[in-house]
Design a protein around this ligand. Structure first.
Ligand code: FAD
Length: 488
């Protein structure tokens, strides 16, 4: 059978491996780290377990689909529950919001707490649904770089409806046409950060994002986020996918316009096809460094998405007012994004995201304790003085959480780990430590992501968060599907 080499065992690389193994290909996955999953990884520290990267799980059907393709029952491998309450929101003016999964309850809550007209919220939701219906089949589930996509009737219909996807104004400007209340604007503007973008610049098309969370729901995997990876790796191994860990690929070997295989140190591994699941930037700059004529310079110069600073805190107390997902908003959202995108520093009052998996998976923390994953959005790494910025941010975050929770949080920390743009970059080869590849701050961003196949090397493919259709677990899984469909 034909042999496929996949570079990287990120979620998209694993998904591509499963899809191709099901089709009968012999698949080998090379991974630089000693573990699979890339950004989606876990670790334990002083009796606490933490999911290191992603914490919000949406569109579980894209994971289930992989088990079903292999003729397996997903529930024999992996289970998850739907959240009744998606997130708790805390505002500096002491407003508290609970985002219920039930739409009626959710709208009632927003209206009761902020005085917003319920009709405006429903209108916003209809707008999100419309954008989803236009963009889903064409922009997310298919390649934008294959003629066959454009020969389809649903594509043509979507193209005719393109003006309705609201790409010509910013997310913030569009949201202002629905809401006057500052808290409501902040609530809906925040969705731009789900793909590492700036709501004051990114197109209003990103109003599709709340639709994923509110319409399809938010979920929690019973074994924690990392069980997505471990169960898929188990399936892949059953399908005879071979994972080769601690093996960094140094070069994609190209001859006569074809990828012949990969080289790691002095060893050459031949293949009929190569799929890069690593960030597209180092794929070109490092693995294809010998072939500058192949580089897609315009694509490689695009602005990167934002990065993150995360504190993993073991907390010696339980907080009943907190849930799995919690947001503590900044007082001045514009100033926060100006700091990230213009000054490229961390705002003195950042919006804090607090995830506590021990709320649903109690063995993630010792009795009476909680595992706090405390994350703020920060700029991509361009050589800032991170040690200084992190020390300042730590103090500001502690002050904010202590004020809003009425408790001296610093004194409750019994264990600490830190992830910052530098370590994200060194652990996953993500250029500048960005979480989601390129930013969506430009109205053409969706069209400018790298294609899922090289235009110059016919048997070289790309999947993962830095290529079409974009970052985040659901889109990464779709990129693997597009690659697999294309290889057919
Ligand atoms: P990656 O995870 O980027 O993995 C690439 C792999 O390739 C790595 O394992 C790396 O070691 C390997 N590699 C790189 N170079 C080489 C080489 N030369 N040779 C061999 N191997 C190599 N998404 C969500 O959906 N929900 C969230 O809540 C969410 N939150 C996030 C929070 C954080 C802190 C981070 C970092 C990301 C978050 N994301 C979230 C984004 C999500 O994690 C990513 O979009 C997704 O996991 C990326 O998967 P990927 O397939 O692109 O591969």
């Amino acid at each position: 059978s034909s042999k496929v080499i996949i570079i990287g065992s990120g979620i998209a690389g694993i998904a591509a491996a499963i899809r191709l193994a099901v089709k009968g290909y012999a698949v080998q996955v090379f991974e630089a780290n000693s573990y699979p999953g890339g950004k989606l990884s876990e670790f334990t520290q002083d009796g606490f377990r933490f999911d290191a990267g992603p914490s919000l799980f949406t569109m579980p059907k894209y994971v289930d689909e992989l088990f079903q393709l292999a003729g397996k029952n997903p529930r024999d491998y992996f289970n998850y529950q739907k959240l009744d309450s998606v997130c708790n929101y805390f505002y500096e003016d002491d407003t508290r919001l609970q985002a219920h999964a039930d739409v009626g309850q959710f709208v009632e809550e927003l209206s009761a707490k902020t005085g917003v007209d319920e009709k405006a919220v429903y209108k916003h939701q209809q707008n999100s649904a419309r954008i989803y219906n236009i963009t889903n089949h064409v922009f997310l589930e298919r390649s934008l770089h294959r003629l066959s996509t454009y020969l389809r009737w649903d594509t043509l219909k979507s193209i005719l409806r393109l003006p309705q996807i609201d790409a010509m104004r910013s997310l913030h400007t569009a949201n202002q046409s629905f809401f006057k209340d500052k808290r409501m604007l902040q609530f809906f503007d925040r969705y731009a950060t789900y793909n590492g973008s700036n709501p004051y610049q990114a197109p209003a098309t990103l109003n599709v994002i709340p639709y994923f969370e509110q319409h399809f729901g938010a979920y929690f995997p019973e074994g924690g986020m990392y069980s997505i990876v471990s169960s898929l790796v188990k399936l892949a191994e059953e399908l005879r996918v071979q994972f080769v860990y601690n093996t960094k690929v140094d070069e994609i070997v190209v001859k006569g316009g074809k990828a012949e295989g990969v080289r790691s140190k002095d060893t050459f591994f031949p293949a009929d096809m190569v799929i890069s699941n690593m960030d597209v930037w180092p794929t070109y700059k490092q693995l294809l460094a010998k072939y500058p004529e192949l580089h897609r310079n315009k694509i490689l110069q695009q602005e990167r998405s934002s990065s993150a600073l995360i504190f993993y805190w073991g907390i010696n107390k339980q907080f009943p007012q907190l849930d799995l997902h919690n947001i503590f908003f900044s007082a001045d959202y514009k100033a926060e994004f100006d700091a990230i995108w213009k000054q490229k520093i961390i705002s003195a009052d950042p919006t804090v995201y607090l995830n506590i998996s021990s709320k649903l998976k109690s063995d993630d923390a010792p009795a009476g304790c909680e595992n706090w994953f405390v994350m703020i959005n920060v700029p991509a790494n361009i050589g800032q003085n991170w040690d200084m910025l992190i020390a300042e941010a730590r103090g500001n975050i502690l002050k904010k959480l202590s004020r809003l929770l009425g408790e001296d949080v610093a004194s409750l920390i019994t264990s600490e780990g830190i992830l910052d743009p530098r370590s994200i970059e060194s652990r996953t080869s993500s250029y500048q430590g960005s979480l989601y590849g390129t930013s969506s701050n430009n109205q053409f961003a969706a069209f400018m992501r790298h294609a899922n196949r090289s235009s110059k090397i016919g048997n070289l493919y790309f999947c993962g968060g830095s290529v079409h259709p974009g970052g985040g677990i659901p889109l990464c899984l779709l990129s693997a599907k597009i690659v697999s469909d294309w290889i057919e």
